[in-house]
Design a protein around this ligand. Structure first.
Ligand code: HEM
Length: 94
């Protein structure tokens, strides 16, 4: 459990650090979006998954899931989802 915890924290640290340099992760996120076409994922599914993410965070964080926290996660998910959807669209058009 200790080792898993350290790995999780390392992952979260990497994710939070990349928030300050979003442009650096765009190519990686675009690749991810293109792979999702192969998984059968359609644009409308992103909204469902986004809602599930916010719901899960609310369950886990309880009172710490303030309106500000919710807004920050929703904004982050929205950006990542848009980059994935746009990259997927280019794949489909090609
Ligand atoms: C911001 C949104 C999302 C992120 C960051 C994300 C991230 C990932 C990652 C990292 C993987 C591992 C495989 C890989 O790297 O290609 C994956 C796989 C997958 N994702 Fe997503 N995903 C997102 C949205 C969605 C949505 C909207 C769906 C549709 C319901 C979806 C369905 C899947 C499926 C079916 C797989 C393959 C699972 C498997 O074969 O084991 N994802 N996703």
């Amino acid at each position: 459990m200790g080792e898993q915890g350290r790995k999780l924290m390392a992952m979260i640290t990497a994710a939070v650090n990349s928030l300050n340099d979003l442009e650096a992760v765009v190519p990686t996120v675009q690749d991810l979006g293109r792979r999702h076409v192969g998984y059968g994922v359609e644009d409308s599914h992103y909204e469902t998954v986004g809602e599930a993410l916010l719901w899960t965070l609310e369950q886990g964080l309880g009172p710490a899931f303030t309106p500000e926290v919710k807004e920050a996660w929703a904004a982050m998910y929205g950006i990542v989802a848009k980059v994935m959807i746009d990259a997927a669209a280019e794949t489909k058009a090609a």
